[in-house]
Design a protein around this ligand. Structure first.
Ligand code: UP5
Ligand code: MG
Length: 199
């Protein structure tokens, strides 16, 4: 049987830009599987017997980026499990990764040749809108990082570490930018146009 090589779209953008929201809508309309690195880390933090629980906990609260060895193994396992269960599922939205050089290096070391990165879907949004959305969500999300103090750090990390990664892909002509400051439906209309074109 023919085993397909995983086809990956990296989904990037500031905290609260709407990555998760848009990924959920893409999954409803296209044959993609959504893997949020942040969600995988939060699940690992809670998993009984995990040796990384405390580390992940403190990194997330501080808005710092978890060492890539942890994140990449979670992503790789999730991809392999998905493809084992259903060989039709080889298209992935990897949401919130890679966030810094360490992430990118880790991805290259482990996944180069094993998966194709088609492009980066970049949800572009002002810091103010990002913070406002996260604070609003923080009223009910229970996320330990949806507060002003953590958000300040998340934004700093985003600007210092993640924007340069987006810039790097931009120079390779691999970034598809969507204005994420508008309504969920308006943003998704652009996403659809883009995905219909990219195939
Ligand atoms: N909302 C969404 N779209 C909207 C719109 N168009 N108009 C109005 N409201 C909109 O949305 C956020 C909120 O805004 C929601 O309430 C939503 O309803 C509303 P969401 O879709 O959740 O945005 P998203 O971009 O996914 O925001 P998230 O908070 O998940 O982004 P982060 O990138 O900050 O969080 P993530 O989970 O990716 O990472 C969290 C932490 O994990 C990181 O800070 C880091 O410490 C760690 N991490 C790593 O270390 N390594 C990784 O590889 C990944 C994460
Ligand atoms: Mg998210």
């Amino acid at each position: 049987r023919v085993v397909m090589k995983p086809q990956v779209v990296f989904v990037l953008g500031g905290p609260g830009a709407g990555k998760g929201t848009q990924c959920a809508k893409i999954v409803e309309n296209y044959g993609y599987t959504h893997l949020s690195a942040g969600d995988l880390l939060r699940a690992e933090r809670c998993r009984e017997g995990s040796e990384y629980g405390q580390l992940i906990d403190s990194f997330i609260k501080e808005g710092k980026i978890v060492p890539v060895e942890i994140t990449i193994s979670l992503l790789k396992n999730a991809m392999e499990e998905t493809m084992q269960n259903d060989q039709e599922k080889f298209r992935f939205l990897i949401d919130g990764f890679p966030r810094n050089q360490d992430n990118l290096q880790g991805w290259t070391n482990v996944m180069e040749g094993k998966a194709d990165v088609k492009f980066v879907l970049f949800f572009d949004c002002s810091n103010q809108v990002c913070v406002d959305r996260c604070l609003e969500r923080g009223k009910s999300s229970g996320r330990t990082d949806d507060n002003r103090e953590s958000l300040e750090k998340r934004i700093q990390t985003y600007l210092q570490s993640t924007r340069p990664i987006i810039e790097q892909y931009q120079q390779q002509g691999k970034v598809r930018t969507v204005d994420a400051s508008r309504s969920v439906e308006e943003v998704f209309a652009d996403v659809k146009r883009l995905l219909d074109k990219e195939g």
